[in-house]
Design a binder for this molecule. Structure first.
Ligand code: AMP
Length: 482
């Protein structure tokens, strides 16, 4: 394995290999502060911006700490939105991949029964939104007695969304003897109170905003009346011609209207808001991440933590009324050292909100005007050309990691009394296969899925066609589900 600064922590080879595969060579500032403290089982209160590598800062030491053999969940991570819950679950699976760590996501508007059956199997980590986590606790489908670690992520957003009471009642149901980590971008009084009540002598970390972790963003605004916003949007985007752009609206109706206008005008566009069914929300985020369309019209559900590569422009079609919201929305651009462009539409009676944002965030916005007809005409052919050009598909990190992984399907599970050890025992006896080549094993009533790592899927598949597991001959093929 090539030299990697993460080697300096006491991490096992399986975690280090995953870090290396993810392309992380050097811990970020927040990781330098959090990883060693969590490895020492310290409670922590961390104020840190999104995009700072916060997920891996707790994901790495927690995946290290997990005892694989334990069947009940050991880590509970609370997230304010379903998208974040899913993204964090995916990040944790990537980090714990070679240790075969199972992370389950639970959130509302998705099948409770399916989640219940996933929770019944081995789940080392549960990542969820407070409401659904609480439902599972109340219905007895989420055992808590082995929870050694609690992560409250994006605590200020939980507060904004009115989840704090639910979070508190979840905390009260957890074993007292646990490690608690609280992450928040800002530290309002209520979050400090939460920390004082439930964290045990926490290490307090405040990450100062530095050149490195502050996004480079050019902030600007445009005075425009409500009726002229759509035409202004068209003119600005034609002249700016962004590679990828998020347009934020304050309400679902506004998202629908703006989206429809852009569809009718021929934009490559998607939409996202909380009124859409969860499958559609995930599908849209996935397609946007992969570069299948250039513009996303969204409410604040897309503002938090969502990590999409290379968003060049953020347009606040409606001015956000809260300064936190402004910071999170514009934080989707200017990531990874690139300069981003943020533009806020300000209607005549909204100047006071704009001034408040400037005062609170210490950001100064430059006033711009709507491009004139001549500028728009001049820019139009380049704009049309870009709109017709497909973006180079953005490869998702997890997809890249998955290249070496084959998911195999076996037609036997719990009913046949099969357990993970039976699969590991049999598969690791195949010539050329080691136990490190066996990834996550998911045993259901009648079927089992096994991830085979390191490009050894075909070898295992061919061999298992004529071998038995615990004396049973099972059908095996490449799994259809991802
Ligand atoms: P987060 O703050 O958790 O949303 O992370 C922001 C982005 O930084 C994600 O795309 C991570 O995959 C990436 N990242 C996290 N840690 C590192 C690291 N040490 N080196 C490079 N990229 C990282």
């Amino acid at each position: 394995m090539e030299k990697n600064q993460f080697n300096e922590y006491k991490l096992s080879d399986s975690i280090l290999k995953a870090i290396n595969d993810l392309g992380y060579k050097m811990p970020t500032a927040v990781q330098k502060a959090v990883i060693p403290a969590v490895l020492e089982n310290q409670d922590m209160l961390v104020q840190s911006q999104t995009g700072s590598g916060k997920t891996a800062s707790f994901g790495i030491p927690l995946c290290e700490k997990i005892v694989w053999e334990e069947n009940k969940p050991q880590v509970l991570v609370l997230e304010p939105t379903r998208e974040l819950a899913q993204q964090v679950q995916e990040d944790l699976i990537n980090i714990g991949r070679y240790k075969r760590i199972k992370a389950t996501a639970v959130f509302g508007k998705a099948s409770f029964i399916k989640q219940k059956s996933e929770l019944k199997q081995k789940s080392h980590i549960v990542v969820g939104t407070p409401g659904r986590v609480q439902d599972h606790i109340l219905k007895g489908t989420l055992p808590l007695e082995k929870i050694d670690y609690l992560v409250i992520d994006e605590a200020d957003e939980m507060l904004n969304m009115g989840f704090i009471e639910q979070v508190e009642s979840i905390i009260k149901a957890l074993p007292e003897n646990r490690v608690s980590l609280l992450f928040s971008a800002t530290m309002p009084k209520k979050i400090e109170n939460l920390s004082n009540s439930y964290l045990n002598n926490p290490v307090v970390i405040k990450m100062a905003a530095t050149e490195q972790n502050t996004p480079k963003i050019q902030h600007s605004y445009l005075d425009v009346s409500e009726e002229k916003k759509l035409t202004a949007l068209e003119a600005v985007t034609t002249v700016e011609n962004p590679d990828t752009c998020i347009i934020f609206c304050n309400t679902q109706d506004k998202v629908n209207e703006t989206f429809q206008y852009l569809v009718d005008t021929g934009y490559s566009v998607g939409k996202l808001h909380g009124g859409m069914i969860q499958e559609d929300r995930f599908e849209v985020m996935d397609a946007f991440r992969q570069g299948k369309f250039r513009y996303l019209v969204a409410t604040d559900v897309a503002a938090r933590g969502i990590d999409v590569e290379n968003i060049t422009h953020v347009i606040n079609f409606d001015i956000p009324f809260e300064k936190e919201s402004y910071v999170h929305r514009v934080g989707r651009t200017g990531r990874a050292g690139k300069t981003g462009f943020a533009l806020t539409f300000v209607a005549p009676n909204e100047e006071k909100y704009r001034k408040e944002i400037e005062a609170d965030t210490q950001i100064s916005m430059q006033r711009i005007t709507v491009p004139n007809a001549k500028q728009v005409t001049r820019a139009k052919s380049d704009f049309d050309k870009k709109m017709q050009t497909k973006q180079k598909p953005k490869i998702q990190k997890s997809k890249q990691l998955n290249k070496e992984i084959t998911k195999l399907y076996f037609n036997g599970g719990k009913k046949k009394k099969l357990r993970a050890v039976d699969f590991v025992g049999t598969l690791s006896k195949i010539d050329g296969v080691e136990s490190e080549d066996i990834g996550i094993i998911s045993i259901q009533e009648n079927v089992t899925y096994v991830d085979i790592l390191n490009g050894k899927g075909q070898l295992v598949l061919q061999t298992m066609k004529d071998r038995t597991i615990k004396g049973k001959q099972l059908k095996v093929h490449i799994a259809k589900k991802k």
